[in-house]
Design a protein. Sequence first.
Length: 447
Amino acid sequence: MNNILRLVRYNTGNDKKIFIDFKNNFNAILMNATIVAYSGSAIADLVTVHKNKYIIDPQTHIFQQEISALTSTNKKGETSLKKSIEKYIDSLPNFFSESLKKGKNIAAQEVLNRLSDLVQSVSDFQLKYVKSFIEKKEYNKYLEFLNEDSSPKPKLLIAPYFMIKKEYDKNEIDLWMHVNEKAIKLFVEKVASLGYPISAQLVLDKDVLERLDLDLILQSYKDISFEYVFIWIDDFIPLTAPIKQKKAFFELIVGLNSINKKPIMAYGGYDSIILCHEQSKARLYGVAHSVGYGEARQITPVGGGLPVNKYYLYPIHQRLRMDEIFTIMYQKGYFDSKIDTEERAEKYYKELCSCPQCKKIIKDDIDEFQQFNDSIPFTMKNGIRRNRPTSDASYISAKHFMFSKESEWEGLYKFSYDELLNQYESGIKNYNSSLLCAFGEWKKFYG
């Protein structure tokens, strides 16, 4: 299982410290091109400290997004493209950047007519943009002095790609898949000689997944020489998806394996990590998530919403709100004052989590678990007062999450696939039996 990619997404500067703390626990940093364009200098710092490699998602699907999803409004009420998006598209061919600045979506045929130029720009951005900042800071000379690789390089390269929307009819889906096929083909011709692994990316609305023409997908990819396919399905969680989507997803993964393409979940949780086991019937070859969250994501950008305290409950491999966590822990006796606090702490370490972060917080007093729920009041624009997590609570929750992910990945090497399935089912039975039906449906395909 040495070919499995453990990927962590970089989103904001707040992630940086935890990235460094866990730099030896993942194979590559995965970053959206807009973040790289906006924060090139900070990204150069990060990839230089993190001795493993990086992956840049070219995000070419933004040319199909509604313009309202790509804009922000300032205090004067003026609306414009988000700075990160504007900076990135300025590195792409003028037709694409000018169309987006005018609020115009690009048609499939227009993309096809200019695909060669787009492929060139996207490959240049992935290969040269971060490198230019490293050279400006002369990090390459420092690394050379240390006998390190003088220039951090991409772990793999991703071809331009376009999403398949739920409102597309069959003809439109066929046309956009033709665009994707030609994009990966041109991309392979352009960069294959450089020796990097190459990936396509398949982006689908969930509704499309239910009526997926699998043969169309496989025929588009099968005769082109590349290694990976990132899969991003809108806000998709395999475990809890409707059974039609479970079945379609299973068939998609099996199908990609049958044409010797290695699927990677662009956003995935434990129900994806477990499929990376070498005994899995529907084999994945990598999973990406963010620092403390990001195991599923909508394709169309939305606001972040109100931040709330959450905690990753390891036995069920899910993040839950703290009120849900406290309900479960009360029911299980973790806050029963009749039992000594030290005894309850030992129960926590045995049954819930014994990661270094939890032991540092709880020590021998289970009541210290409250630190995960620390919050401070703030006033919203409409004058309503709410509470949000303190920076310390967010930090320790994120570290606990990352330690949990480390354990999940290590489990692939310690246990057989059947043992992992049994542990997963046992955790759900004990801590969230409402998921048993969904797990049973999921297991019919993957068990």
